[in-house]
Design a protein. Structure first.
Length: 497
């Protein structure tokens, strides 16, 4: 804790999550000086997932005050906000909500997604991604269909925009990261007006767009009274929560990658040129410095463990799995149906090569851990085939990174050292971006504020043994017609280097 007469300079990061709002006050050395959180409530019903936008602001007020209670007399230099990707609402001219907030995974726009895909077919082909029902653009079409006519001056806001406008006291530009799933052309840095005209989306609805890290304004007196954030504090354009987590991992230089292992597996990295992906499974945000942040989300991940071993102590299972390297089984650990990355196969299902029911429980658990690691390596194989640089540092974050054994196993399968960040919270990423927007370049700021708690070195003898099973999985995925032959060949070449 700071001394009573200490007046540390801090930057605030605000993370609008699904279940809560999290705020961190972070100093220039990356130390957390104060933190606060407040719960959020959702309304879910099948594909419907909504939240009350006023609840976002109420939670931000509470969480900010709690964070600043930890740093009495702090000099707050900047604040930045991240939110869930694809969460939007419509407001009136003054910013009052006309609709609920349609959350990132609200998937009611099943009729609108094909319309958006068809109208912008050339654009999506050039950008390498395609609107899904949960993306913001189809959801905007859904809102227009169900909430017309709109009053004069109605506007589209992303979740982060709504909070930022409450902080500044008036309309602001959105950032290109949150705007990506609304159809923003990140390559030409403009809204695709011709596509929107075909879709009958009024241009007046759309906000101006700036790059993340741009100063949008300053905290107004009303927001100071509500949150405790000092009046005049600079408000900096943020990014989506996934990009915020990438910043907090320090994966910001070309060739750097962050692998987030939670319920699913997500890889995000940095390239100087946008990757051209013929499968459309990799999409790229734009970094503040103009570099590209390609990423992809697999349907495999740690979620398969809780399904296979509900209620069990996974740490105990990890210990028992260690002698099985490699496992006598080879498992493609897909919990549901359909794969999104590193290949697109809506019909894909999980499978196990070998006698699953005759194997020991620890052997099967080992095959799940190894299977996720094999898919992770295959993701890197595919990114390399697309021309992505893979020579930079790799970090692990997400719930899976809390397992020391799994981190070691994944490093062994990748055959490269892996860093484990000390704090990978999205709110930290936004504090780093807030400082970068008010002082120095993002990469330099991150070197000051992001710390590693450990580096895991691969064990070459383990790598050699495990890659034999990895290649068995590659063969099986290709034989089923899910993994393209060119990707399989490239994976085999990399394994034999």
């Amino acid at each position: 804790m700071p001394e009573p007469n200490d007046r540390p300079e801090v930057w605030l990061g605000i993370d609008l999550g699904t279940q809560s709002v999290r705020v961190l006050a972070v100093d220039a050395a990356g130390r957390t000086r104060g933190s606060g959180a407040e719960q959020l409530r959702s309304h879910r019903d099948g594909p419907r997932h909504e939240q009350d936008p006023e609840q976002w602001w109420s939670a931000v007020r509470t969480a900010c005050r709690r964070a600043l209670d930890g740093v009495p007399g702090a000099a707050v230099r900047g604040v930045s906000v991240c939110a869930t990707s694809g969460t939007i609402l419509l407001t009136d001219r003054a910013g009052r909500p006309l609709t609920p907030g349609l959350m990132y995974d609200d998937s009611r726009a099943v009729e609108e997604a094909p319309r958006a895909a068809e109208a912008g077919a050339a654009l999506w082909k050039r950008l390498g991604h395609r609107p899904q029902p949960s993306w913001a653009l189809p959801k905007l079409l859904w809102l227009l269909r169900h909430h017309s006519p709109l009053p004069p001056g109605a506007r589209l806001l992303h979740q982060a925009d709504y909070v930022v406008e409450r902080l500044t006291g008036g309309p602001v530009a959105t950032d290109s990261s949150h705007a990506l799933k609304t159809g923003y052309d990140t390559e030409r840095e403009s809204w695709p007006t011709a596509v929107f005209e075909d879709l009958r989306i009024p241009g007046a609805l759309l906000p101006d767009v700036v790059r993340p890290g741009t100063v949008l304004g300053a905290v107004c007196p009303e927001a100071t009274e509500a949150t405790g954030v000092p009046e005049g504090t600079l408000v900096v354009a943020g990014m989506t929560d996934g990009c915020a987590a990438q910043i907090s991992a320090g994966a910001l230089e070309p060739g750097a990658w962050n692998s987030v292992l939670g319920t699913t597996l997500v890889l995000k990295g940095v390239t100087e040129q946008r990757l051209r992906d013929p499968l459309g499974v990799v999409y790229s945000h734009r970094a503040p410095d103009g570099n590209w942040l390609p990423g992809g989300a697999s349907s495999t991940g740690a979620g398969v463990l809780s399904l296979a071993f509900p209620g069990r102590n996974l740490a105990t299972l990890d210990v028992r799995a260690q002698p099985f390297e490699p496992s006598g089984l080879v498992t493609y650990p897909l919990a549901g149906k359909g794969e999104r990355f590193p290949f697109l196969a809506p019909e894909a299902k999980g499978f196990t090569l070998g006698d699953r029911h005759g194997a020991a429980e620890a052997d099967y658990h080992a095959s799940l851990l190894q299977g996720v690691a094999f898919v992770e390596r295959l993701c890197f194989d595919y990114l390399g085939l697309l021309g992505a640089p893979l020579d930079g540092p790799v970090t692990f974050t997400g719930g899976g990174a809390r397992s020391p054994y799994w981190c070691q196993l994944r490093a062994d399968v990748l055959g490269r050292p892996v860093g484990l960040p000390d704090n990978a919270e999205a709110a930290l990423g936004m504090a780093v971006l807030a400082r970068a927007g008010t002082t120095t370049p993002l990469g330099a700021v991150a070197r000051d504020m992001v710390r590693l708690r450990a580096v895991v070195e691969p064990r070459p003898e383990h790598t050699r043994r495990l890659l034999e099973s990895h290649l068995r999985l590659v063969d099986a995925l290709e034989e089923r017609g899910w993994l393209p032959a060119a990707v399989a060949r490239h994976s085999r070449r990399r394994a034999h280097l």
